[in-house]
Design a protein around this ligand. Structure first.
Ligand SMILES: [Zn+2]
Length: 252
């Protein structure tokens, strides 16, 4: 892993932080907030680190995960399917019974489902989380929305999930890259949830788009299923994403 203990000095003109999905939906019960739909272990412990590092950045961007009920990523959209089990493309192809697994709540057609799964190959099924119209589909209440130059909402298309803030899972751009680039940003410092999914995917896309990318490790936590953390660490390392701690950051 690309860990280094070097001090990293923030250059206000060309550095920005990108906060990925800092929402109660990804946190256990804390400070009067109920347990989130997709609570990541210790997810709330990023909040003090986020506050501590906030003043370093003049430019800040954020993403918010938000889904309608009946979304393609939710286990509740399918018949007899449990959360945290991946839905694979291959057992479904060539069979005539696959539409029957789509539940009454689904907001996508059998045709959209098959087309999507053929393209993404695998979709992890999640518990209901980040549901639009509820507090879970918003930034954490202690986060100041006005401090961001732009908040990119993702995952609202019922027929497509979106881990990355830059592209949805069908690789369609969200528009975030254009917005960030317009502000002259060259380096991105990521905080948020969860490391092995939305933070990691956002970091990989950011590198591919030409940004230098840092993940502030104590400002993130993982879902941590099977080999998800180890695999993401390898992918990030291969891509050149740097993982640092908040105490390595200095203002200029
Ligand atoms: Zn989601």
């Amino acid at each position: 892993m690309a860990h280094s203990n070097e001090t990293v000095r923030i250059v206000q003109a060309t550095d920005a932080c990108l906060d990925v999905d800092i929402q109660t939906t990804f946190m256990p019960a804390h400070d009067g907030h109920p347990e989130g739909g997709l609570a990541v272990k210790e997810g709330h412990l990023i909040l003090p680190i986020v506050r501590k590092t906030d003043d370093l950045f003049k430019r800040k961007f954020a993403t918010v995960d938000r889904h309608p009920l009946g979304h393609i990523s939710l286990a509740s959209s399918y018949v007899d399917h449990k959360p945290f089990v991946p839905l694979h493309e291959y057992p479904l192809l060539g069979m005539e019974w696959w539409p029957i697994i789509i539940g009454a709540a689904a907001r996508f057609s059998p045709e959209q489902f098959l087309d999507y799964l053929t393209k993404v190959k695998v979709q992890m099924l999640w518990p209901d989380h980040a549901i639009e119209g509820t507090p879970e589909g918003e930034l954490h209440p202690t986060i100041d929305r006005g401090a961001y130059l732009h908040v990119q909402v993702k995952g609202t298309d019922p027929a497509c999930d979106s881990y990355s803030g830059f592209f949805d899972n069908l690789k369609r751009p969200t528009g975030l890259d254009e917005t960030v680039r317009k502000h002259g940003v060259k380096r991105l410092f990521l905080r948020g949830l969860a490391f092995d999914y939305c933070v990691g995917w956002t970091a990989l896309d950011a590198v591919a788009l030409g940004y230098e990318v840092f993940i502030i490790e104590d400002a993130t936590r993982s879902v941590d299923m099977a080999d998800s953390v180890e695999k993401m660490r390898k992918d990030l390392d291969a891509a050149g994403v740097k993982v640092i701690r908040s105490d390595q950051l200095r203002s200029f």
